[in-house]
Design a protein. Structure first.
Lengths: 471, 471
């Protein structure tokens, strides 16, 4: 029997015994994690995606994400046991499943408003096949009120059923981070669950308790659960903006922000963040706009949230200005400068380049007409660009006038000024957008202009001398 | 021999054997803590303050601060052993000591600029008596550069000696919080130490290592150490402002910020703060101005830091508006309203009323001409006001039309709506500025309008029904 027609304990038992089919709508990073998680709990999972290459890889038992290579063994295992099917047919997935989990991403329109089209399409698809007793769960991050005011009416209209009476409806945000998705989902944090009725809440909480190992937190409403997920992102965005602002002051004062931050954070009430060259990825730069929009509809101006977003958006331009100044400082004609760009992903340990500051830097370099060699240990291609991506930073650094570090991949923490200088074979500027280089002493073969973030800039001489410079 | 004339190990030995006298300039909360801490390490401490009543109490072996009553046993112990002397004669303290620790507070001028007068006066006093081999340490929170550019030149000019050559100079910020000062100083966090020479740094780090149990963090300069202390405060101020902003949105959405915050913070990358009715005390509302001023001098605008300050300053006015609306909602003539104001201190567990939002609320109530009964379990008097301060909230709540909770003393967490309603004996508004009341269910004797922070307002009826209301 369908899960919302039996006692929650029985539904859990059915899930464990592979009597339920779980449809995961959207099978990217988030969807795949959900699929593997529920599959490991015993569910028969149908993952849906339009990405043909991902389907091909998954059908061969392979993870489509290089930073999530460890998932392959689980994918292989679930496929062998008949617990994982992948398809591009969303209608089939909607028809054949008892529990439907929405994991399609919501992005921003060109006016920076949430574009709910993917959620609406999937809701319509699900609604058309919805049967009494089914369960619908949304894991996508969405503006507060979307479950209640957008998804619910669509499901009810298309199915002729009533949410919380005929079918269970829940909002339960994913809280995963590329590189550690499965552990994040299953083992690290409690699962947040929000429903608008006790019936849905009891059932969905029980089901998740059988999937994740860290327990669940029951929220009083779908809106509260939607809000909490976005607030997590706003907290980070605001604190990164604060770090950017304070780091800039440190640069002007000739003080190292890193050092100040570490000292301040030795007290447990301080959690100063790292500064950066802009915030990338599909989450932090996006969620503040969801909540800003929600607030405007309520007549509330989120001043700090808005200001933080604009500071973080300007951070990439400020870093590009530093690149220009550094090249100028070394008397290099920008259009003739040989650039090495290390890192394309929005942060280390992921191949995700969505909204990555590195791509804006790359565009800037290409516009100047300068030559550029690009390195990233994980990114395989950049949408719409025909560029060779080197795996080893050393190859990119050879003969470079300017080495720009734009992601904090673990490989880049091994970069030493002395080796970089020798590889460059000439006077070089190193623009360390992620402060991956910690040792600024040593004797580089040629003069090096080192520029970090929240640190004074230094001119490092072959004789080992070092002096602070203003760009 | 004076500490800066011997090896650091020998200086520590001398300190332990009570061969050194330590002068603490300013013997309030901070100074007293420092004095007790160094005394317990073996130093002969001379504490200096102009507060005659504090001197009288200290000479009787008593802590002058009710929330720091536990210090009395240490004070008594040190006095018995001849290790603690208190005086209002700063010149005597400057003459008679080997190690001089500055702990006078720096406040803001009426233009909200740091007023360094107390630091300058004490530096002059110390400079006049400074002897080769002495140690000078500043623990007061001050704008970056003050040690190097203000204190150092004064000490050198008045003494004819050179800092870092003839005497050691260090900046080492206190990180204590009223109510737990001694544990904060000795046991909780590492001691931050910044000097502008390795000689001063080695000596002062060794000395503090003999005083505190949690080790020291050596900073690369006095400026870096001054900066870290202020950044701790800025982080808190900005995050309280963010909480205020998000809490306001929650109120409008009818969602409980508390619930959302707890859920978000179940993930370790989120540290959303509590909202409030304005930030009080001598630290958080003050330090941002120090760093804003420093930044302006460097041509940098700290936009988030400034905005946060202005949001937090407006928070008290917003709460006062809520009081007005609540009284209006119950159709009470404001000038005839009987108010109970619970809490005067800037937060729970302290008697400190400096910049306390409660005082602004009190002023507002007094201006309306309304009657007000005031309760605070720790505050004994309010400067310039002749008011009776009740100890028990119940006495204040008797016959009240409006109960305003403005500090989160632990006693107030025991307030129950039902008891408050019975004490009031009439329809009442409860304005819970600290969200101390968690149980909004139950059957109050009379109708209660409950208004918290970041929560929807509720009308609670004697029959146990509860409805959200918009003020």
């Amino acid at each position: 029997m369908k899960p919302f027609l039996v006692a929650p304990e029985e539904a859990v038992e059915n899930l464990r015994k592979s009597r339920y089919r779980v449809g995961v709508f959207g099978f990217g990073h988030v969807g795949l994690t959900i699929g593997v998680g529920w599959g490991l709990a015993g569910a028969k999972v149908i993952g849906m995606t339009l990405d043909k290459q991902a389907i091909r890889l998954l059908e061969s038992g392979l993870s489509p994400f290089p930073e999530e290579a460890y998932l392959s063994k689980y994918i292989e295992n679930l496929r062998t046991r008949g617990l994982l099917e992948v398809t591009d047919d969303y209608s089939y997935g909607a028809r054949e499943t008892d529990i439907k989990i929405i994991a399609v991403p919501v992005y921003l329109s060109s006016e920076k408003k949430p574009d709910l089209t993917p959620i609406i399409r999937v809701s319509e698809e699900i609604g058309r096949s919805l049967i009494k007793g089914d369960v619908v769960i949304i894991e996508t991050s969405i503006p507060p009120g979307t479950t209640r005011n957008v998804v619910r009416p669509i499901l009810e209209e298309k199915s002729g059923l009533k949410a919380d009476e005929d079918f269970a409806l829940a909002y339960s945000p994913e809280r995963i981070s590329a590189g550690t998705v499965l552990a994040d989902y299953l083992e690290k944090y409690p699962k947040i669950i929000g429903c608008d009725s006790p019936g849905s809440l009891n059932l969905v909480a029980k089901l998740y308790s059988a999937v994740v190992k860290t327990g669940v937190i029951k929220m009083s409403s779908t809106v509260a659960a939607e809000t909490e997920k976005l607030f997590e992102g706003v907290y980070r965005d605001v604190n990164i903006a604060l770090a950017n602002e304070l780091a800039l002051l440190c640069e002007k004062m000739g003080v190292a922000y890193d050092e100040v931050r570490a000292a301040a954070n030795s007290q447990p009430f301080s959690h100063l963040h790292k500064p950066g060259i802009g915030v990338g990825g599909a989450c932090i730069p996006v969620y503040p706009y969801f909540i800003i929009e929600t607030a405007l509809n309520q007549g509330v101006q989120l001043q700090i949230t808005q200001l933080a977003r604009s500071i973080n958006e300007k951070a990439t331009e400020l870093f590009i200005e530093k690149i220009v100044k550094a090249v100028h400082f070394l008397n290099i004609d920008p259009s003739k400068c040989r650039f090495a760009l290390l890192g394309l992903s929005f942060r280390g340990g992921t191949s995700d380049t969505r909204l990555s500051p590195a791509l804006r830097i790359l565009e800037f370099i290409e516009k100047t007409g300068a030559e550029v060699k690009v390195c990233d240990p994980l990114v395989e291609k950049v949408e719409g660009k025909d560029i060779e991506i080197l795996r080893d930073w050393r190859k990119a650094a050879q003969g470079a006038d300017a080495i720009v570090i734009a992601s904090d991949h673990k490989e880049f923490y091994q970069i030493e000024i002395e080796e970089a200088s020798s590889l460059a074979g000439r006077e070089t500027a190193i623009l360390d957008g992620k402060n991956v280089i910690s040792n600024l002493n040593g004797k580089p073969r040629y003069r090096v202009l080192y520029v970090g973030v929240g640190r004074p800039a230094y001119l490092l001489e072959p004789d080992g001398s070092k002096k602070k410079v203003e760009l």
